[in-house]
Design a protein. Structure first.
Length: 94
């Protein structure tokens, strides 16, 4: 009798959320609250970057802040939907 082999499910990739914001921005504060909540729930690391300190980010995203990137790709801007972010972070095939 041959041994049974189980196909292992691949380990989920480490995800990273980046919040691009600027000081004094109330939409950025709202976005940060959502990012903190969702990332805390699903165990994903998040970081923030100040658009005023990075000329490349400033040139690319100035008119869209706050901007949320998931794994370096733009996920959303202005308003962050918690359910949509949660789905993006928990989808194994992204």
């Amino acid at each position: 009798m041959s041994p049974l082999f189980r196909r292992k499910t691949p380990a989920p990739r480490a995800r990273v959320v980046t919040l691009i914001r600027k000081p004094g921005c109330h939409l950025c504060d709202d976005a940060q609250a959502v990012v903190e909540q969702v990332c805390g729930e699903v165990g994903v690391v998040w970081e923030e970057k100040d658009i005023d300190r990075d000329p490349v980010l400033h040139a690319e995203y100035w008119e869209q802040i706050p901007v949320v990137l998931v794994d370096g790709k733009q996920h959303t801007f202005w308003r962050v939907d918690a359910d949509r972010l949660r789905k993006a972070l928990t989808d194994q095939y992204k």
